[in-house]
Design a protein around this ligand. Structure first.
Ligand code: 13P
Ligand code: SF4
Length: 364
């Protein structure tokens, strides 16, 4: 697999004034024209986000990458797993680039293929492995997606996790869901699986800290991964914001803990959060439980509504933030001068199996 070492882009980029960086990015974007597609996730900082050809949540961006058959270069302003999915879904001759290779996702790093394979083997004496359908959240490595693809499973995103879970339970008796405990638990609750049939697999403990009987009766086994950004939202914050502003509507991302999602008025993917706010009348009041760049952008785009973070402290995804104008310009300068830097390439065997799991999701 690829190493994630990012080379130093040098002082000519690091020390350049932001105004100059932005003007130079605009010029390079124009010069590269129809060869280039810049995809930006909603958590990108505004100075990068403003250069997007397409913005979206993980599902929308994966679909857009798959549709962009005419673009030679896909510059993915997001995190590593998103660029890997784009590489898997695009043709061999298309080049996917991540402007800073250190832009990873700590949740994705919580479930390696080796860890998951070991857990899978532990289950073998207890249950028929053919009856367990694995589902991995798109926030996972291509190697884990491949593991899932090989075992009749699917990828899901925060937009379709409930549908993926329902589909999986029509294919087998149990679901093993990685890596996000909270998206898994919130989705299981939404599709009506009783809490006693949902168990947590704690990494590092024999049988994930469960008894054999608990695992036999479980419908859903959740890996114990989480998002450090969304773990910062709490039920107490929901209570506090409602006390301060009784008319407020609370909307959160399903990576938040179950008690936060239950206390909120609405939950959904980043795209769903944007839709809910954008369709609200002037004077609406929102407390939003997701990454701060998106919350600030909503507040700025809809000044006739009151929009703030659910948390009193800024919840920043520090790895998304590593994609900055300096790295974007460095990437585009190199492309314009005929050099490819930071290409994200998934080996063919892994890509084939991972594509099976991604395609299942796109068809669910
Ligand atoms: P969305 O697919 O909802 O944009 O979520 C991606 C993500 O990483 C949230 O933390
Ligand atoms: Fe990963 Fe959380 Fe950042 Fe999303 S917000 S990319 S889940 S660390």
């Amino acid at each position: 697999m690829q190493s994630l070492a990012q080379i130093d882009i040098g002082p000519a980029y690091r020390e350049e004034q932001e105004k100059q960086l932005l003007a130079r990015i605009a010029a390079r974007k124009q010069e590269l024209g129809d060869q280039l597609l810049i995809l930006c996730h909603h958590y990108q900082q505004d100075s990068v986000f403003s250069f997007a050809h397409v913005t979206g949540d993980s599902l929308k961006l994966a679909r857009q990458a798959a549709l962009a058959t005419d673009r030679r270069y896909i510059v993915f302003c997001g995190v590593h797993f998103m660029a890997e999915s784009a590489d898997i879904l695009t043709a061999d001759e298309q080049i996917v680039i991540l402007p800073d290779l250190t832009a990873g996702c700590s949740m994705a790093d919580m479930a390696s293929r080796e860890q998951v394979a070991a857990a899978w083997q532990e289950l073998a004496p207890l249950v028929d492995l053919e009856e367990i359908i694995p589902i991995t959240y798109v926030n996972s490595s291509a190697r884990l997606k491949a593991f899932v693809g090989e075992r009749n499973g699917s990828v899901c995103t925060s937009s379709n996790a409930e549908r993926a879970l329902t589909w999986a339970l029509s294919q087998g008796e149990k679901v093993f869901f990685f890596p996000d405990e909270h998206l898994g638990r919130n989705s299981a609750q939404a599709v009506g699986i009783p809490p006693e049939q949902v168990v947590l697999w704690s990494r590092g403990e024999p049988l994930g800290g469960n008894s054999a009987a608990d695992l036999r009766q479980a419908k859903v086994i959740l890996w114990d991964g989480y998002c450090t950004v969304h773990m910062q939202f709490s039920e107490a914050q929901v209570r506090a914001v409602r006390q301060a502003d009784p008319g407020v509507q609370v909307i959160v991302h399903p990576e938040c803990r179950q008690e936060v999602v239950q206390a909120a008025d609405f939950y959904g993917s980043t795209e769903a959060i944007i839709k809910a706010v954008s369709e609200s009348p002037a004077g609406s009041s929102w407390a939003v439980g997701t990454e701060i760049n998106l919350v600030r952008r909503l507040a700025w785009q809809y000044p006739d509504q009151k929009i703030r973070s659910l948390s009193p402290v800024d919840c920043l995804c520090s790895t998304m933030y590593r994609i900055d104008p300096a790295h974007l310009l460095w990437t585009l300068d190199n492309l314009a001068e005929g050099r490819i830097v930071n290409q994200i390439r998934v080996d063919e065997e892994t890509a084939d199996q991972a594509r099976t799991a991604l395609d299942r999701m796109l068809n669910i």
